[in-house]
Design a binder for this molecule. Structure first.
Ligand SMILES: [Mg+2]
Length: 177
């Protein structure tokens, strides 16, 4: 199943502090969580003014969010994750489980990128996001909408999957999930 994801985070050199995560599943289910461990002293004024006011305040520890994400994808042996410029989102996502090698065993170690797909197609203008922005669930919904737009242009590529791990030997040695 596909999952469109987005996170809000505080970025500093050598750290990406997850604020919130939103996920939309291909079957229409949605997931949203906020971290109770955010170090707001590191936040930029933009983040304090733009992201923080949109939070609902029902936060939990990152480890708990990781368990909740596992539950959200429970029973799916072949999840495929999509994001928009997702490099940093994917680091924040992976750290919910520990290191990259500690991702749930059946998760790919790669998040597919809406933007990269758009570039492959000549970089068409993507649908505009209406309503709230910089809220992880709202952004995840838009990511799904952008994916749907590209899938109409390029139906053959819509089923692409991310599989495997970067270092299979290391992954196999550590996999105990
Ligand atoms: Mg966002």
């Amino acid at each position: 199943m596909k999952y469109w994801i987005d996170t809000e985070f505080i970025e500093q050199p050598c750290s990406i502090d997850l604020i919130s995560i939103g996920m939309v599943a291909e079957d229409g289910r949605e997931f949203y969580a906020e971290s109770s461990e955010v170090d707001w002293s590191k936040a930029s004024s933009w983040t304090l003014q733009t992201v923080r006011p949109r939070l609902d305040g029902k936060a939990m520890a990152r480890e708990q969010i990781g368990y909740a994400v596992r539950n959200f994808t429970d029973g799916d042996e072949h999840p495929v994750f999509w994001g928009y410029f997702p490099a940093y989102d994917w680091v924040a996502f992976s750290w919910l489980f520990g290191t990259m090698t500690e991702l749930p065993f059946h998760y790919p170690q790669l998040c597919l990128d809406i933007k990269q797909w758009a570039i492959e197609l000549g970089d068409p203008e993507l649908p505009r996001q209406v309503g709230a922005r910089h809220h992880a669930l709202a952004d995840a919904r838009w990511t799904r909408d952008a994916w749907t737009f590209l899938a109409r242009l390029d139906p053959k590529a819509a089923g692409r999957r991310a599989r495997g791990s970067k270092n299979p030997d290391q992954f196999g040695a550590k996999a105990d999930d």
